[in-house]
Design a protein around this ligand. Structure first.
Ligand SMILES: NC(=O)c1ccc[n+]([C@@H]2O[C@H](COP(=O)([O-])OP(=O)(O)OC[C@H]3O[C@@H](n4cnc5c(N)ncnc54)[C@H](OP(=O)(O)O)[C@@H]3O)[C@@H](O)[C@H]2O)c1
Length: 387
């Protein structure tokens, strides 16, 4: 990461610490967002609209080179009478890959050579995304090139999640990267199929069931496919910096009278960070040599469909401002792509990232008692809402 990311995170760290010391709870609005907008403007001025493109290309190229190296190594082993066969492609799942940050993430993973599953609820949007990813690709004939496919996943429905896990496991024998990216923000009050508040239900509970259901496969991938491509199967959870401004209040989920669209979104993103930390802790506790890593991140302030529930965005002038001041989704995918592909984060787990760099999450999100309480609360909600 460059000086712009380093200095932005440096100032962010200082201000977050200062505001925490002064017990001022609104650091995001006063400092975080202006600092991010400043970062967005500078990075666009310096690198253009797709500001992160060259860094993404570097992560992709380095990963491809690593695969090539691994193939050469295998060929050498074959000549020595060792391993035979072709190296399998690494496999990734990206939830909500039909648009925005998820789409750009899936595109980069395909370019890096992954067999990438676009786990989406809207088939036609996903098929269109696949068409866009494959358009103008020059490597399509290359046996090492990545491929992508759609698999249906609606995170608001327990049965859809179970069906996805079943279908995925029936088709694939490895999982190298799971990107929990799908999310909704600022929706009017609604519930999932099972009756759970929609932000918590989709952004946290849906991904909790999905990840825990795929965990055995991530673990076996690190053992059975230690082929030098990706020895650390990775779980990447797209959270948000809005988690800094919310308290750990479970009644936001259980008491409808407390419902506020943005506050509930913030709470679901706090849960994302805490779940990543707790899952990482549990994996380590289970086996300290475990190779599966779990990290969470904030993608930046990015202009995507996520703004659809915010009424201000209906004005053309606001849309133009967003376009100018927010990051392009490709730049918003940079941290996810780094966490998926880079050797720089091998063995790093239970951490939170912004602009590709590690940052301390909120004090609430660092509290281990909150992590285990959230885990129990989640399991209880799932049990009490299951048919
Ligand atoms: N944009 C930002 O500034 C920003 C900032 C911080 C964090 N984030 C996080 O970044 C992630 C990606 O958001 P984005 O900005 O790229 O927004 P986006 O373009 O709206 O993408 C969200 C994706 O999630 C999918 N999704 C929503 N509900 C789903 C469900 N029940 N089941 C399956 N998929 C579902 C959407 O599918 P449909 O099209 O079918 O709805 C869409 O593909 C989210 O987790 C968001 O919270 C974004």
């Amino acid at each position: 990461m460059g000086w712009l990311e380093v200095t932005t995170n440096f100032f962010r760290r200082i201000f977050l610490g200062l505001f925490e010391l002064l017990h001022i709870p609104t650091a995001e609005w006063i400092i975080g967002i202006p600092l991010e907008i400043k970062y967005n403007i500078f990075s666009k001025l310096k690198f253009g609209r797709f500001s992160a493109q060259s860094q993404i290309d570097q992560y992709v190229e380095k990963f491809k080179a690593k695969r090539k190296q691994s193939r050469l190594q295998q060929k050498g082993d074959e000549e020595m009478g060792g391993v035979d066969g072709i190296l399998p492609k690494p496999v990734a799942i990206v939830t909500g890959a039909s648009s925005g940050i998820g789409y750009e993430t899936a595109k980069a993973l395909v370019e890096a050579g992954f067999c990438t599953v676009l786990a989406c609820r809207n088939e036609s949007a996903a098929v269109n995304a696949i068409h866009m990813i494959n358009k103008n690709r020059k490597d399509i004939e290359d046996p090492d090139a990545g491929v992508c496919e759609f698999m249906e996943l609606d995170l608001t429905s327990f049965s859809s999640i179970s069906k996805f896990i079943y279908t995925f496991k029936a088709k694939y024998d490895r999982l190298d990267v799971l990107v929990n990216n799908a999310g909704l923000a600022g929706s009017p009050y609604n519930t999932t199929t099972e009756g759970i508040e929609i932000h918590f239900g989709t952004n946290h509970i849906g991904h909790f069931i999905l990840t825990n259901g795929l965990l055995d496969m991530l673990k076996t991938t690190s053992i059975e496919f230690a082929d030098g491509i990706n020895n650390n199967p990775r779980i990447i959870i797209v959270a948000s910096a809005v988690h800094y401004d919310v308290t750990y209040d479970k009644e936001l989920v259980t008491d409808r009278s407390k419902y506020k669209p943005f506050k509930n979104y913030q709470f679901s993103k706090l849960a994302n960070v805490m779940y990543a930390n707790e899952l990482s802790r549990r994996l380590y506790e289970e086996d300290s040599k475990n190779k599966v890593t779990v990290n969470s991140l904030h993608p930046g302030i990015v202009y995507t469909n996520a703004t659809r529930h915010f009424s201000m965005v209906k004005y053309a002038v606001i849309r133009a401002l967003c376009l100018a001041l927010f990051l392009h989704p490709r730049a918003g995918a940079l941290t996810t792509i780094k966490l998926a592909l880079s050797d720089e984060v091998n063995d790093i787990s239970g951490k939170y990232f912004e602009r590709g760099l590690e940052l301390a999450p909120s004090k609430i999100a660092q509290d281990q008692e909150n992590w285990s309480d959230l885990w129990l609360f989640t399991e209880e909600l799932i049990a009490s809402n299951s048919a």
